[in-house]
Ligand binder design. Structure first.
Ligand code: ZN
Length: 676
């Protein structure tokens, strides 16, 4: 097939879904990688002295065709995949990795960047340009570009070893999860378990050619059993099995892996000139230093602990009154919490759903964006889509100026992965004086309509829609010069601010009145129900907070100090949990050996960011509440200093410009009901 007829290699604006065929992708990737290679060669072959424009800016504007093709392809692989697409993904992923390694290891390119970086203070650069220069330089330096050959090769060894260790860490957890089953043949042992969960347990047993019921350590199986099963001994058995994953001294034990991972990470950080792995990671985060993260976690701990202890005492009391339980254990937690919650709130999804018809909620979130930022949304039908369920909107500002294209893809189907996310088909940038506007997409898996009923959302789905739309606004309102600093390209402990802050509108009377109307009667949701939602949302918030903080502190303990003297994983972990523990310790369990977030995934020295983002969003929303949740001045400040600025400046600076001060935890503690 000729390249000239490949729609992905033409100059396209909207992604040309109607003409793209699977077989277009691979040749398009190969060609676009070559184009990008040529662009980089042009930079390194330039005989003129390196300048910001001919090197840094040129590098950032390079590879645009490859970016467009990649976003079309990988978005499809998430939202509308097929065996053919998955096969192509396996073929092109190594090509992309190899190309990106070639760029990172390109010494001539780095020499040019380095020489510009050395003069950065004399170059009269704008704030955005300085940030871009810093980012480009760091992307090489943090991968060892400045090291002498011997150290470079040690770094590669460490990276290879770490990749293997992470893999084996994950494989061990999987093996341990799969090797366990709780096989029950006496129906009495399932007392308390709802019919739907029981059915799933029976199906699991049948799939293993067994009688009765099988409960496993997978969440959809484990959680309902721990929540509902009356049999305390069985809950204990299951809980200990869950907590001792990869901690039994067998071939799948992760203790050695944990020790090796933290030591290699430490060595890597030191090679690159950082005190610890946490120092290395946090250099590119809003929090910046381990000390700041530890202070942050400890301050919250101090303030949340009294509430957590009160809630725990309440739970202990409840369990004692209900069943005469004397010492509450880990395997009693979700069981009695569920019962207590029901007694206190008696709130279920079915009561709320009629007020949240999907179309009404979408109009609601659009209306919120109109009132805050003056945005208008007009559905358009002349844009190619990859599935007939996808809707497209043309977004304009208050003066009718074109802002963005918005794709909405809301229902589950075969070929779409689970969850909800925001993504883009085209980024925003200003090049040669032209402001290229972005194409943003929200993809979710909401309850679809049926022949007799429209799509009615649970409250959780409503907040999810607002959340993803908040990320969407960060993309749509982007207004930066350089593509790699645009929209959601910010430090990852800052990226959840726009999304989480928008969720707050879902709890406000003034906002709910705009869209939460009964799909049959048109009645606005009763405020008692809204109050109940709010109260239920903060149920056991102190205990939840303590749990999150304990994970954050454990993460910082593993990564914020020299780990070379640590020999006993369990003892170290117990020490790190310190005064966050509410339940008695069980010696046969260990969190670290199954803490995939930090040892397998990308969250090392980053677990704190869940709470960090909550502090930010609560503090930001407090400002709206003080001035009115639809106050135009506050909204404009949020747009001008946060949403439109992407990663062009240090996020703390941007935040302070919006808020007038650094974020404080009080608003979160108040919202969570932890302080008055
Ligand atoms: Zn998010």
């Amino acid at each position: 097939m000729s390249l000239t007829s490949n729609p992905l290699l033409q100059d396209f604006n909207e992604a040309p879904f109607n003409t793209i065929k699977d077989e277009h992708f691979k040749p398009a990737f190969i060609e676009a990688i070559q184009i990008n290679r040529n662009e980089i060669d042009a930079i390194t072959n330039n005989t003129e002295a390196p300048t910001f424009q001919n090197t840094i800016a040129a590098l950032d504007y390079s590879g645009q065709q490859l970016d467009r093709i990649s976003s079309v392809f990988f978005n499809l692989n998430s939202a509308e995949t097929s065996e053919a697409i998955q096969k192509i993904a396996q073929e092109v992923s190594p090509l992309l990795t190899a190309f990106s390694n070639d760029v990172t290891l390109n010494e001539t390119l780095f020499e040019r960047i380095k020489s510009i970086y050395a003069q950065k203070d004399d170059l009269d650069l704008s704030v955005e340009e300085k940030t871009l220069l810093e980012k480009k330089y760091k992307s090489f330096a943090r991968n060892g570009a400045n090291l002498p050959e011997d150290k470079k090769s040690r770094l590669r060894e460490i990276d290879t070893a770490l990749a293997k260790l992470k893999l084996s860490f994950g494989e061990n957890i999987l093996a341990e999860t799969n090797s366990y089953e709780l096989h029950l043949t006496n129906e009495e042992d399932l007392a308390g378990v709802p019919a739907s969960a029981k059915e799933a347990f029976a199906a699991e047993a049948a799939s293993r050619d067994k009688e009765g019921w099988v409960v496993t350590l997978d969440y959809p199986s484990y959680i309902p059993f721990m929540k509902y099963a009356d049999n305390r001994e069985l809950r204990k058995e299951l809980s200990l099995a869950f907590g001792s994953k990869a901690f039994k001294g067998n071939e799948y034990d992760n203790q050695k892996n944990v020790i090796e991972i933290v030591n290699l990470r430490h060595e890597r950080a030191q090679l690159l000139g950082y005190e610890t792995h946490a120092h290395f990671v946090l250099e590119e985060r809003m929090a910046q230093t381990p000390a700041k993260v530890k202070d942050f976690l400890n301050e919250l701990l101090e303030k949340a602990k009294p509430a957590a202890e009160r809630e725990f005492a309440q739970l202990e009391n409840f369990a004692k009154t209900q069943d005469g339980i004397d010492a509450l254990q880990k395997w009693d937690g979700s069981y009695y919490s569920e019962k207590l919650k029901k007694e206190l709130f008696n709130l279920d999804d079915e009561q709320l759903k009629p007020y949240f018809k999907l179309e009404n909620v979408i109009n609601g979130v659009f209306e919120v964006a109109t009132r805050l930022f003056g945005l208008q949304f007009e559905q358009v039908t002349d844009v190619d889509v990859y599935h007939k369920d996808v809707k497209t909107y043309r977004v304009t500002d208050v003066d009718g100026k074109y802002i963005s294209l918005f794709y909405a893809d809301f229902h589950p189907r075969k070929g779409k992965r689970g969850g909800a996310w925001m993504t883009s088909f085209k980024g925003q940038k200003i090049e040669n004086g032209v402001n290229e506007r972005p194409h943003i997409s929200n993809v979710c898996n909401f309850t679809p309509s049926t022949p007799s009923k429209p799509s009615l959302l649970t409250f959780n789905e409503v907040t999810t829609l607002f959340h993803e739309f908040g990320h969407g606004l960060h993309g749509m309102l982007a207004n930066t010069t350089y593509p790699s600093l645009s929209g959601t390209s910010v430090y990852w402990d800052f990226v959840e601010l726009p999304s989480q802050v928008l969720e707050n509108w879902c709890y406000e009377k003034e906002a709910l009145e705009l869209f939460a109307t009964h799909y049959e009667t048109g009645e606005v949701i009763p405020m008692e129900l809204v109050q109940k939602i709010k109260d239920a949302a903060t149920f056991q918030e102190g205990m939840q907070t303590l749990r999150q903080l304990s994970f954050g502190l454990l993460d910082m303990s593993w990564h914020g100090q020299d780990p070379s003297n640590i020999t006993d994983v369990k003892a170290f972990e117990k020490e790190a949990f310190g005064n966050t523990a509410l339940y008695p310790d069980t010696p046969e369990t260990c969190m670290s050996t199954a803490f995939a977030h930090i040892f397998q995934g990308g969250y090392s020295s980053g677990y704190y960011s869940y709470k960090w983002a909550e502090v930010l969003d609560a503090d930001a929303f407090e400002y709206f509440k003080e001035q009115g949740i639809f106050n135009k001045d506050v909204a404009t400040k949020f747009k001008d200093h946060v949403l439109s600025k992407g990663g062009t400046e240090d996020p703390m600076t941007l935040y302070k410009r919006f808020r007038g001060q650094e974020p404080k935890p009080e608003a979160l503690l108040k919202r969570a009901g932890l302080i008055d």
